[in-house]
Design a protein around this ligand. Structure first.
Ligand code: ZN
Length: 151
């Protein structure tokens, strides 16, 4: 596994002890491919689910396994950047972890609440849209990885 510079794209072994690339960019763990694979797989699953005619009554929530995969897929990027935190000299890692954790929790909980309010009415369409969005995010990560596009 390599670090990849978030600014110039240079790669270096993870054994590097510097937090920054020579260009000043921050190192980020190269984890684009697993993120793309996970996001695409979950997105495809959601699209498939939304297209299947049978309306499952009652328990419409994601299974624990799907949720765990989704959490992992959407967090790989954070993990990739987060590892560099340990290399930065002036970052209070426990504090940063707590703040990021709380922020992510609040955002996710709000998203679930909003999703529940609208999702019940437009469940199939919402699931289809969600699946497409996940695949697009995965595609964006892959294209960035391949250097086709850059943001
Ligand atoms: Zn660089």
């Amino acid at each position: 596994m390599n670090f990849v510079c978030t600014r110039c794209g240079r790669k270096e072994a993870v054994t590097t002890r510097a937090a920054h690339c020579t260009c000043g960019g921050l190192w980020k763990l190269e984890a684009d491919l697993p993120a793309f694979v996970l996001l695409s797989a979950i997105g495809a699953g959601m699209i498939k689910e939304s297209l299947s005619k049978e309306e499952s009554n009652g328990n419409d929530s994601f299974s624990f396994k799907t949720m765990l995969l989704l959490a992992l897929a959407t967090s790989i990027d954070a993990l990739a950047v987060g590892i560099t935190f340990a290399l930065l000299p002036d970052v209070n890692v426990p504090l940063a972890v707590c703040l990021i954790g709380i922020t992510t929790f609040v955002c996710s909980a709000a998203g679930l609440k909003v999703g529940n309010l609208f999702g019940l009415k437009y469940k199939a369409k919402a699931e289809l849209a969600g699946g497409i969005i996940l695949i697009l995010i995965g595609l964006k990560i892959l294209l960035e990885h391949l250097g086709v596009i850059s943001f």
